[in-house]
Design a protein around this ligand. Structure first.
Ligand code: UN1
Length: 490
């Protein structure tokens, strides 16, 4: 497997490769991918900079037509691509189909935005003068993403960037490179000219080269807070625009007046869907004292019935593996920490029964008696591990939810309309769900977080276009005389 640069499939200049392995069965090697260096990034950035000179002049509705076709091709290739994605990152086929659906939705939204990209005109303070403002593309965009949404999350950045007239250098995660190559195939078939979209595979060296390259004008990153902050610091020095989507420690609060079945199904899906490997996953459950014991008993029952398995070969599997050995060790490390801090009431170990021993499976794990000072309350684990705490009141529940370095998603289950509106106002997060789990954001709504999660940008919806454009203000004076601006006329 190769890089995709200037419309060609090319090996890395380094000659080095890394292997892509199925996390559900580590005997299954999917392929060798190039381990790219600054030289490969420079080739991709050069191609993207060349392509930018003409792509930025293609009318936006025409760029949108290409993206609409890309959406159609994603739909046509959904079965095949969902199998590729399940094989390389482990979530079930239902979930990988959903991942692709998010890209389709984003493609169609971006396509129609090609006919909007609204500017704003205002009256001038002077006679016979007109004020216009409109969006300009930024140039070459460097996109660096994680493996948990191999198609959806890249699509949130790449497709809006393209419709605005930018060109792209994309470095996917080393754990989901095959899906990224299909992304390139689809954009090519849709009619994207060579060089407009480029893929360079690799690890930190490749990512750092994207951040450094002078032709790359904006960096869009999804991944860990540690890496994101380092990228932002460097982009600060380089005066480069950067948009970050980083960690989360999302809480679901359940009040005694809530629909308990709904809240139970919500946390099951939020905590253990995608094996807890979403930035939006529910990793803290805050239960009102009055319902705590009964709720926990039902939750243990329901979570212990979840079926672990290889999504490709077992159609009854509900929870896939965690992505790789490194993450497995990290999650098991947190489980050990949790066992010392709190009470493990379910799971708490790797799953190796039947044929799971060849994959990196972790049993759905639940801790109770979790206190706000505990590390499993405060730190992102990114696996199927749920920390349960108790609150004494609605206000206390919100206070606990907000006692967090991150601010991505949040959820409150209550039938009390007053409490629901207070939660919408007071929960410190970019996303709040009422009577729904912390996962499941829709492509046409702003997506992102506050505090340790983001740096003020929002992907999705209409807000993503602020990342990938700059505003131009234009003054047209048709008076035929030198008119001084009001401030220069005193
Ligand atoms: C992520 O975890 O990086 O809201 C994105 C959700 C999905 C996207 C998650 N639509 O859960």
């Amino acid at each position: 497997m190769k890089n995709y640069i200037n419309g060609q499939w090319v090996p890395s200049a380094t000659g080095r490769t890394f292997s892509n392995i199925n996390p559900a069965d580590n005997r299954d090697v999917i392929g060798l991918f190039p381990e790219s260096s600054a030289e490969d990034v420079a080739a991709a950035a050069h191609a993207a900079a060349e392509a930018y000179t003409s792509w930025r002049l293609v009318p936006a509705p025409k760029r949108g037509d290409i993206l609409r076709r890309a959406g159609d091709i994603f739909a046509r290739r959904m079965d095949e691509l969902s199998r590729i994605m399940t094989r390389e990152m482990g979530k079930t086929l239902v979930e990988t189909r959903g991942d692709i659906q998010e890209a389709i939705d984003t493609a169609y939204y971006a396509a129609t935005e090609g006919r909007r990209l609204f500017g704003i005109n205002t009256p001038s303070e002077l006679a016979n003068k007109m004020n216009l403002s409109f969006r300009m593309p930024v140039g070459v965009c460097g996109i660096i993403t994680a493996w948990n949404f191999p198609i959806a999350v890249p699509s949130w950045k790449i497709l809006p960037a393209l419709v605005c007239g930018n060109t792209v250098v994309f470095k996917p995660s080393e754990d989901s490179p095959h899906s990224a190559n299909i992304f390139a195939e689809i954009l090519e078939e849709a009619g994207l000219p060579p060089g407009v979209f480029n893929v360079v595979h690799g690890a930190a060296e490749c990512g750092a080269a994207i951040v450094e390259h002078p032709d790359i004008k904006v960096v869009g990153f999804t991944g860990s807070t540690t890496t994101g902050k380092a990228i932002a610091a460097r982009c600060g020095e380089l005066n480069k625009k950067v948009s970050l989507e980083m960690g989360g420690k999302n809480a679901q609060v359940v009040m005694p007046d809530a629909d308990m079945d709904l809240a139970l199904n919500g946390v099951l899906w939020g905590a253990f869907g995608t094996t807890g490997q979403r930035c939006t996953a529910t990793s803290r459950l805050i239960l009102h004292r009055d319902i705590h014991d009964a709720f926990v008993a039902r939750l243990i029952d329901a979570a212990s019935a979840l079926k672990l398995g290889n999504g490709l070969t077992d159609s009854t599997a509900q929870v896939g593996p965690v992505i790789n050995g490194k993450q497995l060790d990290k999650i098991l490390g947190y489980i050990d920490i949790g066992k010392a801090e709190a009470t493990c009431v379910l799971g708490g170990e790797r799953a190796t029964e039947c044929d799971l021993e060849h994959g990196t499976f972790v049993k759905p794990t639940i801790f109770t008696n979790v206190d706000r000072s505990h590390r499993i309350f405060r730190e992102e684990i990114f696996g199927p591990v749920l920390s349960v705490s108790t609150c004494d009141s609605f206000e206390h529940g919100i206070e606990l939810a907000n006692d967090c370095a991150y601010g991505l998603s949040s959820s409150v289950y209550t039938r009390d309309v007053t409490a629901a509106f207070r939660a919408m106002r007071d929960v410190e997060a970019g996303i709040t769900y009422i009577n729904a789990p912390t996962i499941g954001a829709e492509a046409h709504m702003p997506f992102g977080g506050i505090k340790g999660t983001g740096n003020g940008h929002r992907e999705g919806g209409w807000t993503v276009f602020d990342i990938f454009t700059e505003w131009k203000s234009v003054y047209v004076d048709y008076s035929g005389t030198l008119q001084r601006a009001q401030i220069d006329n005193y």
